[in-house]
Design a protein around this ligand. Structure first.
Ligand code: SF4
Length: 262
């Protein structure tokens, strides 16, 4: 056990926390153990806005024809940080426009579905020693087919090469399989299908759920949590190779002694 075992034994682990550790153990320590103040970034704020607007739609608080206006009205309230500079594209304009296009062309009719859950947190025990939490964006039941469908909204663009796209979807599906498991534990409902909604591409990727795959995902999650519980060094990401991430995305960069001495 690490020197922080008394803390890590009492953390409720999430997919996001576990992948933060895989990406940069130092970021995990600063975020979940030291609980340092976080800095926001425009990409994360844009993602929160998209989730907020879709949550309002599926909760039947706004109608389909009001989505684009509601998005425009809320944009400056949610996205307060500047987008990073880019030599090829005005990121601020590009993100704003992609969200506006998405909600202007939106044609997903919620009336074809029974709304089962919207952004509900699920606390669950992965093992007797590992507490976990999941927060699926949306679960719907298709009224015609009776299928249960788990949706997740992603604001990253779809990767452009086949290999990169397969890796991107495989990473997202790992999160979804964990959520299927958590949802089943809580409700005893088996999710039949996962749909990953690529907002900025206006494309929905669909995959049927394989429950054997879920077993592999839970094994990965448990092994990674055990690594967190044993960790002693909390080594940082290779800053030289990941300058953009450290400078503009990492939410604990202001507290990172490695980045600040770089
Ligand atoms: S700034 Fe970079 S090295 Fe430091 S915690 Fe964040 S991701 Fe890790």
């Amino acid at each position: 056990m690490s020197d922080f075992g008394f803390i890590t034994d009492n953390i409720r682990f999430s997919y996001s926390g576990v992948t933060t550790f895989e990406n940069c153990p130092q970021s995990y320590k600063l975020t979940y153990i030291d609980v340092e103040n976080k800095v926001e970034n425009a990409f994360g704020q844009f993602g929160l806005l998209i989730h907020h607007v879709l949550e309002k739609y599926f909760a039947k608080e706004i109608d389909i024809w009001d989505l684009a206006d509601y998005y425009k009205k809320k944009y400056d309230e949610f996205v307060t940080e500047p987008y990073p500079p880019n030599n090829y594209v005005d990121l601020g304009h590009s993100y704003y426009q992609s969200g506006l296009d998405f909600f202007t062309m939106f044609d997903f009719d919620r009336n074809n579905y029974e709304i089962i859950s919207i952004e509900d947190s699920i606390d669950f025990d992965m093992t007797t020693d590992i507490m976990a939490i999941a927060r699926p964006d949306l679960v719907l039941k298709d009224i015609k087919t009776g299928k249960y469908i788990l949706f997740d909204y992603k604001t990253a663009k779809m990767k452009t090469t086949k290999k990169q796209l397969e890796k991107q979807i495989s990473d997202y599906m790992r999160q979804m399989k964990l959520y299927c498991y958590a949802f089943w534990l809580k409700t005893k409902i088996e999710i039949n299908e996962v749909r990953i909604w690529f907002i900025r591409d206006n494309f929905i990727y669909e995959e049927q759920v394989d429950y054997m795959d879920i077993l592999n995902t839970t094994m990965w999650f448990i092994e990674t949590v055990e690594n967190i519980q044993k960790e002693k060094d909390w080594r940082p990401l290779d800053i030289e190779k990941n300058k953009f991430f450290c400078a503009f995305i990492c939410s604990v960069r202001n507290s990172c002694k490695y980045f600040n001495n770089f």
